[in-house]
Design a protein around this ligand. Structure first.
Ligand code: COA
Length: 147
């Protein structure tokens, strides 16, 4: 199930964030701030593991302009369609002109995921992550959404 993030989800989100971005995880205050800025664009995916309901398996947060600030899935729940469903939830937002994200050049898994989801690489920023380049990736709806 996909639902909006609430502050009681914070510890679960921080665990996924640390396991997904060990080099540069966002901290608690950053998520609280992002939630205050974009409460309508912060979603979590909940699933069931061995009978325990409502565990958070992944999340996405993006700006109203379509900039994906973070998207991550718990390592043990990857390759099951969770990321796809979260991204599709973002793609369905009315009035969205498209989605963009930065991905580490070395993040081959995320690159494959985004390309599979219809994104294309539109540029690169040297040393965006200090000592590593970012690739700029973008998705635009095949039928542009009206205002
Ligand atoms: C990238 C990420 C969000 C993908 O989530 P996921 O739940 O594993 O992805 P899905 O299972 O929904 O995969 C959707 C499609 O992408 C493909 N895909 C996903 N991860 C892939 C990988 N590592 N290599 C190749 N293809 C991959 C899947 O095979 C699937 O294709 P299909 O539709 O043909 O079956 C997840 O790997 C992750 O959290 N990575 C660490 C954080 C990160 O890098 N985030 C992105 C940068 S913002």
């Amino acid at each position: 199930m996909i639902r909006h993030f609430s502050l009681s989800d914070l510890n679960a989100i921080l665990k996924i964030e640390r396991e997904s971005f060990p080099k540069s995880p966002y901290d608690r205050m950053t998520f609280i701030h992002l939630h205050s800025l974009y409460p309508e664009h912060f979603f979590v995916y909940t699933g069931t593991t061995s009978g325990k309901e409502d565990r958070i398996w992944g999340y996405i947060i993006f700006s109203p302009e379509g900039h994906i600030i973070s998207l991550a899935v718990l390592p043990g729940q990857r390759k099951k369609g969770v990321g796809k469903q979260l991204l599709r939830r973002a793609m369905e937002v009315p009035h969205l002109k498209g989605l963009q994200a930065e991905v580490r050049r070395s993040n081959l898994g995320a690159r494959a995921f985004y390309l599979r989801m219809g994104f294309r690489i539109v540029g690169a920023v040297s040393n965006y992550y200090g000592n590593e380049d970012a690739l700029i990736i973008q998705w635009t709806p095949s039928v542009p959404k009206s205002h």
